[in-house]
Design a protein around this ligand. Structure first.
Ligand SMILES: Nc1ncnc2c1ncn2[C@@H]1O[C@H](COP(=O)(O)OP(=O)(O)OP(=O)(O)O)[C@@H](O)[C@H]1O
Length: 583
């Protein structure tokens, strides 16, 4: 159980505790020296009062004072590595842990990630790791350190007088049992507090992401109320957790104090009865009052520890989530196939027993009504998901046995919804090939028809792009993503409605860029506007997750089926426009 607790509080990296705990323990042991010397000094001063006629041993007292000075210096020296390892160790463990978690998230299937709230994951990455950091830097070393003094004091004092030692520590086990017994309540409260925190984080993220829609539709009141409610809920949980834990900790502290009182009562009785000398009684009084603080610290740290442990446990659980399996390198032949594939994101099947083979170096287009499963096919081919039934194959081999990252190296994707990172334009293009030189980046940009607009920007290729590419137009972002794909130069290109929703000028530029990108590649393209795929080698028509027609443009028109209907509908609507003339 203790191993589990240490695993959790460190988010699966208990080795991060070794140095902080070791050096803090050393510092705490050195910290006992001035205290021991103080006890000795007081005993020396009290000798004439206990044994009338004897003098204070001044030489010993002066030596003691000198030793105390040295001990204070030693303590300072011992605290330096303790301090350094606590903070450095915790910060680097959190930084490494965050990277490890990010790497793990990247390797998880999209199916798993879709089920998790992005706010929950963001909170885990930042908030939970901050708690883990605090656990490593403060809570665990503090708890260990704080326990040293009472444990050593118990051993030393029992040697001096076991009756007094028993009285002093009698209530300590009760305090510990109280804290341990209530740890179940602490866990429950901690979990609901955590949920409220995640919910507030999600609401805040939703509010910030949707701020344009909120302004445009004047939803300020309604959305703000949701946000406000989640903050209030969090406040209620915070008050509840403090309200419940406070009395428990205070009661535990009261028990420790009671031990001190009991010791005084027992001591007075023993002194009056003549079975305890005054010097020993004074020693107990000094030590008794000094160990009260560390014992309290250890208890408070433990209660806090239990709360922070839950944050680490959430991370450990997520790290246990299995990543997409597969280690095989993809074959040289990159011909893709869906073989009797059935797939659904949830229970309902989105693709039903679909078989398609995508010929090498051919242009295959996927068309069909909205929701017919076109994008799902691309996601399965890129192995964002594995099918429920059937296989997806590359070069005749099952891709579920292949390393997902190696597989993706063979694929360039251009989506309609382009995401650019908050970085320079050059670096955004460089994602296609991180080793690319500036010249290669510019060549790719020229090919993708975006060099001209980039050099007109204030800092050219070094211009920073806002998060998600918010400082660029849709067409500009699209061309940058094509330059990225160009630089990657993968044998398979997947296009998802790359030219939809663009103005004619942008569309022409992008079409030009795409034509260069797909030259000599295996292309799989989704298109809503059928005129862009008239020259495709094969057009697959999907409806409700099944292939209903396939062939070349002319063949499909001749069939007079779904494709022909979609075509004539688009021919009719292509002349539509918004007119300002009234009936
Ligand atoms: N992540 C998801 N979770 C659950 N259902 C999903 C998810 N993505 C898509 N779907 C559902 O799967 C079905 C097929 O979606 P898909 O995106 O493949 O269709 P599409 O043909 O590409 O549609 P469109 O042309 O509108 O983009 C739809 O009913 C959609 O609601």
């Amino acid at each position: 159980m203790a191993t589990n607790m240490l695993q959790h509080i460190t988010a699966g990296n208990p080795r991060a505790l070794v140095k902080p705990v070791f050096y803090t323990t050393i510092a705490n042991l050195v910290g006992l020296l001035p205290f021991v010397l103080l006890v000795e000094a007081i005993r020396l001063i009290f000798v004439p009062f206990v044994n009338p006629g004897t003098l204070i041993d001044l030489t010993r007292l002066w030596w003691g004072c000198g030793a105390m000075g040295v001990a204070v210096l030693l303590l300072f020296v011992a605290e330096i590595p303790a301090y350094r390892t606590q903070f450095r160790g915790a910060s680097s463990a959190a930084a490494e842990g965050r990277s490890r978690l990010a790497e793990h998230l990247r390797k998880l299937s999209l199916g798993f990630l879709n089920k998790r709230d992005p706010g929950d994951l963001a909170n885990m990455m930042m908030g939970d790791y901050t708690m883990v950091e605090h656990g490593i830097s403060h809570l665990v070393p503090q708890m260990f350190g704080a326990l040293i003094m009472p444990v050593l004091a118990l051993a030393g004092l029992s040697f001096l007088d076991w009756r007094m030692a028993a009285a002093l520590f009698a209530a300590f086990p009760i305090a510990i049992v109280l804290v341990l017994l209530t740890s179940g309540i602490q866990r429950k409260l901690g979990a609901s507090h955590m949920r409220a925190k995640i919910d507030a984080g999600n609401r805040l993220q939703e509010f910030l992401h949707g701020i344009r829609v909120i302004k445009a539709y004047n939803l300020t009141g309604e959305r703000f109320v949701r946000l406000e409610q989640s903050f209030k809920q969090l406040m209620r949980h915070s008050i509840r957790i403090e309200g419940m834990l406070g009395p428990i900790i205070l009661s535990a502290i009261a028990f420790i104090r009671a031990g001190l009182t009991l010791m005084v009562v027992v001591g007075v009785n023993l002194v009056l009865g003549g079975s305890l000398d005054l010097l020993t009684f004074v020693t107990f009084l000094i030590i008794g009052t000094r160990i009260f603080d560390p014992m309290t610290t250890a208890l408070v740290s433990y209660a806090e520890f239990r709360y922070h442990e839950q944050a680490g446990e959430r991370i450990v659980d997520l790290l246990k989530e299995p990543i997409m399996p597969g280690e095989q390198e993809p074959p040289n032949n990159s011909k893709l196939e869906l073989h009797q594939v059935t797939f659904g994101y949830l229970e309902k099947a989105v693709l039903k027993d679909v078989s398609i083979s995508f010929e090498n170096d051919a242009f295959t287009a996927l068309v069909g009504p909205s929701g017919s499963g076109k994008s799902t096919i691309l996601r399965l081919l890129a192995r964002f998901y594995d099918p429920n039934e059937g296989t997806v194959r590359m070069g005749g081999e099952d891709i579920s046995k292949m390393d997902p990252e190696a597989l993706l190296r063979k694929v360039s994707m251009v989506f309609q919804d382009v995401y650019l990172f908050q970085d320079t334009i050059a670096n955004n293009i460089r994602f296609g090939n991180i080793d690319a030189s500036q010249q290669m980046i510019e060549d790719a940009a020229k090919q993708a028809c975006c060099h001209e607009f980039i050099i007109k920007l204030p800092n050219g290729y070094d211009t920073l792009v806002g998060e998600g590419g918010s400082t660029l137009s849709g067409g500009e972002k699209q061309r940058i993503s094509i330059a990225r794909a160009m630089l990657k130069d993968a044998p398979i290109v997947m296009l998802d409605e790359a030219t939809a929703s663009l103005d004619p000028e942008n569309e022409e530029e992008i079409q030009k860029a795409i034509n260069r990108l797909i030259r000599g590649k295996t292309v799989i393209a989704i298109a809503h506007r059928l005129k862009t795929i008239q020259k495709a080698n094969r057009i697959i028509v999907l409806n409700e997750g099944q292939i209903v027609e396939q062939g070349r443009h002319g063949e499909l028109l001749a069939l007079g089926g779904l494709y022909a209907r979609m075509w004539s509908l688009q021919q009719e609507t292509s002349g539509w426009g918004i007119s300002s003339k009234q009936g």
